[in-house]
Design a protein around this ligand. Sequence first.
Ligand code: FEO
Length: 406
Amino acid sequence: MKGAKTMADIFHAVKVSGNVYWVGAVDWTIRDFHGYTTKRGSTYNAYLILGEKITLVDTVKAPFMGELLARVASVVDPGRIDYIISNHAEMDHTGCLPQVIREVRPDKVFASAMGAKALKEHFRIDREIVPLKDGQELSLGNLNLSFMETRMLHWPDSMFTYLKEDRLLFSQDAFGMHLATSERFADEIDQSILDYEAATYYANILLPYSPLVIKLLDRVGKSGIPIETIAPDHGPVWRTDLARILSHYQTWAEQRPANKAVVLYHTMWHSTEMMARAIEEGLRTGITRVKVMSMDAFHRSDAAYEILGAGALIAGSSTLNNQMLPSMADVLTYLKGLRPRNLMGAAFGSYGWSGEAPDHINGFLADMGVDLVRTPVKARYVPDDDVLESCYELGRTVALKLGEAI
Ligand code: FEO
C-alpha cells in the first residue's frame, strides 16, 4: 500500500555517541526477573557501531527481535552488519541471537572464550563463535575495540567492550538497572529514581560478586582508559557524572556496616509481630535507620535492597508445622544466595508447642555469616513482659555493638 509505514519508520535508533546508536527494546510490562520484582519494567539494550565494519553489540530478549531489527533498519540495512559481539550469554541479551544471525548473516560473531562456549551450549549454534581473550583488540577499520573479561559480572562469560574513538564502555549488566523509560540517558531521569533502581539492581543481581566488583573498579581505574559514556545492557546510558555511579558501586561492593538495621518477620497471630516491634524499640536506642518488614507486605527483592545499606539483620517467624512460615523461608533462601557481608543479628519467633522456626532462622543467619549477638528469643503462644524485655534488650545489644563497629 502506497505510503504504508514499516517498523523501521516507527521504531527508531537513538544516537548515543559519535559512532554508536542504541537499537534495543523497552519492556514496560516485565515484573519478575528470575525472582527479582521489576516494578518499573526494564530495557534490553543493544548497540550498533557504525564503523567500516558495522557491528552489533548484544541483542535483546527473544520476543523483542522485531523491535531490535527495526531500530537497526532505521539507520542501516540489517544485512550490512559485519560483526556481532555478545558481551553476555544470558537470554535477556541473546534470546534472539540465533535468529538474528540467520537473518543478518554477519561475517563474524564474537564472544569471550566462556561466552563462545555458553552460546553453543544454549543454542547449539552451528557456526563459529570467535573467542576473544582478555585485553584483545579488534579493528573495525576506522574504529578500534578492546575487550575485558568480567567473569561472574554477571555470569562466567561476561565481558566489557570498549570503543576507543568514542571513549565508550559497553558494560552489559554492570551499571545497569531494571527501568523502562522513554528517556535513553540517565541525565534525563530523576536522580532519586536512578539511585534507587541502580541500588536495587546491584543488591539483587551483583551483590554476591562484590569482591570481584572491587577488583574490576580498581582495574578500570588503574588502566587509565578515558571513559566518557557507559552503555549498559539495562536502563539508561550514562553520559554525565560517571563518578556518581562508579562511587555507588565502590560503596555497595565494600558493604561496610552502616548505622541501619533491618527486621524481617512474618507472624501468624501477631505474637512474632509484637516481638518485632519490641526489637525495633531497642534498636532505636542507638540506630538511626530501622526498617521493619513483614514479609507478607514486602517482596524479597525489597528486603535485598534494604540490606544493601544495613549493618544488622534480625529475622523472626512463628512456627507452622515445625517450620518457619513459607515467606520467611523464601526471603532467607534468597538472601543467603546474595551473600551479604558484614552483618550482625539474631533470630526470634513465637510458637505453640514445638518452636523450631527461630532455630531454623538462626541456622540460616549463621550460614550467611551473620555475627549472632545472642541465641534466638522465643515466645510460647503470646510474648509476656519478660519476653518483650528480652526482645527490647536484643535490639539494644545490636544497637550498641553496631555503634562500636562503625
Ligand atoms: Fe541482563 Fe545477566 O543478564
